[in-house]
Design a protein around this ligand. Structure first.
Ligand SMILES: CC(=O)SCCNC(=O)CCNC(=O)[C@H](O)C(C)(C)COP(=O)(O)OP(=O)(O)OC[C@H]1O[C@@H](n2cnc3c(N)ncnc32)[C@H](O)[C@@H]1OP(=O)(O)O
Ligand SMILES: CC(=O)C(=O)O
Length: 526
């Protein structure tokens, strides 16, 4: 696409990695940058090469690659006080990154200049203009990040404008106003942005916000409405403290709500968000605007009823536009509409008022009142539907199971032993098996598989991915009711099952049996 009115500047690989728990290997940084480039981000801030060898190495790798859409930028600071710009090693390293663009942060707030940097206000202006001019002389596109701009504008508008004017007059291609502490409100952001544009002209200002007041995106949009032409942010809002402006949300708002196209194909937005979470090893935020898996998930019966008739009744945009999809969940807040939609996915067609729908719905509500939760246990819900419709076939007839745990001695010389026995009949054939395991549930799992394997060899495809235990009525201490949720996979599909009991072993057994019955039942039906 031709240059849009607003460009996207991604700083996931620099400011994002200042977020607690966020770290990428050098090769993962390259993979994230490639994904951002493919998506159509206009600038990628790859890191702070003066900070650490990994970031410096990123730029060595980045210069060997062809970037289709994005300009790579190296991040650093203005020269240090009382030093010549050409003698500052951090500035030299910025040039050695050999990027087409360079972003430097400088101080704007008198408080920071005198108290933190410990230099005079005049020396700070010289640090800004000399560093910008030096980088321009070396042929770089220079983006100047005006740190704490809004706090400074509140305290001393004259000095804050003098700093951005110093950067602009020295040749900065863009002055980026930073809400570094994330405490500013949108109205003030808009007012300050307008004041800067009046001082240095149209098309010269970008915005970089943090989310400390929960307004990172709102503040960025306020600055854009006031005339800013670049928005800086991070994928999924990673960043120092509570994070940066979420570039995912901003991109969707600009393109879908503000008639400001920023990329060619917004349908890749969710994929980008998940990809970056995956590489950062961060759990996906299901409530993320636009791209979260809950963003178009309807739980309440009245909502589900309405979206079947008119999607826009409870959806602000079509999920397909950002590569997301509509989901309907089942719970005690469901109405007939939820059951009808879910049952249809299982191949059963019902109309409103059908007795089968009422039966399924009542059973869901009865079990949820006992502590079950079907939202994340679609496998158990499918079995519930089949059982209520009388079309399920149990895998076996249980006679008894037993498990034991024995601890002998203490410390390292002691030992633990977990053993389980399972006695059941499969198609009339008795089976009696015993197995050991790391814990009682693991031992039961092994004994049950041993008993069922001769009849259902596909059982070995089932792997348990996750096992979660939730105490439902904790006030009853060790006599509390327990809910166990198991996530299983066969490598191709994944499913969740649930079991509830006063006994943690029995709750686990129920969830385990549902997991096997779900998989093997589907296999048998073909
Ligand atoms: C708002 C932002 O997000 S800006 C980016 C912040 N990111 C980071 O700090 C992550 C990367 N940082 C680092 O790896 C290190 O802090 C380094 C390599 C930059 C500096 O390390 P050190 O030299 O050991 O200094 P230290 O981190 O203790 O202190 C920061 C130094 O930078 C100076 N500094 C801070 N801002 C600026 C600026 N805008 N211009 C010039 N110097 C600056 C400080 O005065 C201080 O130097 P001093 O001790 O000589 O006064
Ligand atoms: C530059 C930057 O990251 C900030 O001021 O927040």
């Amino acid at each position: 696409m031709s240059k849009p009115r607003v460009t996207l500047y991604d700083t996931t690989l620099r400011d994002g990695t200042q977020g607690t728990g966020i770290s990428f290997s050098m090769l993962d940084k390259i993979r994230v940058a490639e994904k951002l480039d493919e998506f159509g981000v206009h600038y990628i801030e790859g890191g702070f090469p003066g900070s650490n060898p990994k970031d410096a190495e990123f730029f060595n790798e980045a210069k060997k690659r062809q970037w289709k859409n994005a300009k790579i930028s190296a991040f650093g600071a203005t020269r240090r006080g009382r030093m010549k710009v050409e003698d500052d090693p951090q500035v030299r390293i910025l040039l050695e990154a050999e990027t087409p663009a360079v972003t430097i942060v400088g101080k704007t707030w008198p408080l920071q200049v005198t108290e933190v940097l410990g230099v005079s206000l005049e020396e700070n202006l010289a640090m800004i203009s000399e560093t910008v001019a030096y980088l321009k002389k070396h042929g770089r596109e220079v983006l100047y990040d005006a740190e704490h701009f809004f706090d400074s504008f509140k305290d001393d508008p004259k000095y804050s404008l003098a700093t951005v004017k110093a950067a602009h007059d020295a040749g900065a291609d863009l002055v980026v106003l930073c809400d570094t502490n994330g405490g500013t409100l949108p109205e003030f952001v808009a007012k300050a942005t307008r004041a800067v544009i009046e001082t240095i002209g149209e098309g010269t200002v970008g915005i970089h916000t943090h989310n400390d007041s929960g307004l990172g995106v709102a503040n960025a949009l306020a600055a854009i409405a006031a005339g800013a032409t670049q928005v800086q942010g991070t994928i999924n809002g990673y960043g120092e403290r509570v994070g940066n402006c979420d570039l995912i949300t901003v991109a969707a708002n600009l393109q879908l709500k503000l008639d400001t196209p920023v990329v060619n194909d917004l349908t890749k937005l969710r994929e980008l968000s998940l990809f970056v979470d995956e590489l950062a090893n961060v759990p996906h935020n299901i409530r993320a605007p636009y791209v979260g898996s809950a963003a178009f998930t309807h739980k309440g019966g009245q909502h589900v009823h309405a979206v079947q008739k008119l999607a826009s009744s409870y959806e602000h945009v079509d999920p397909v536009l950002i590569g997301n999809e509509r989901n309907i969940t089942i719970s005690d807040m469901s109405g007939q509409s939820n059951v009808i939609v879910k049952a249809e996915k299982l191949g059963f067609q019902f109309s409103k008022g059908a007795p089968e729908v009422g039966k399924i719905l009542s059973e869901v509500k009865r079990l949820e009142a006992e502590g079950y939760e079907f939202e994340a246990a679609e496998g158990s819900f499918e079995l519930l539907v089949r059982r209520q419709l009388g079309v399920s076939r149990p895998l076996f007839e249980l006679q008894e199971y037993h498990c034991s745990f024995r601890r002998s001695g203490s410390g390292e010389s002691g030992w633990n032993k977990c053993e389980a026995t399972v006695k059941l009949r499969v198609n009339g054939t008795p089976e009696y098996t015993v197995a050991e395991g790391d814990g009682p549930v693991n031992a039961l799992d092994a004994a049950l598989r041993k008993a069922l394997r001769p009849f259902y060899p596909k059982i070995d495809e089932v792997q348990l991915d996750d096992y979660k235990v939730r105490i439902i009525n904790g006030q009853q201490g060790t006599a509390a009711r327990t809910r166990v949720l198991i996530d299983s996979t066969d490598g191709e599909t994944s499913w969740g099952t649930v079991g509830v009991s006063d006994n943690i072993i029995e709750a686990s057994w129920l969830a385990l049996v549902d997991s096997f019955e779900f998989k093997l039942g589907r296999e048998a039906r073909g």
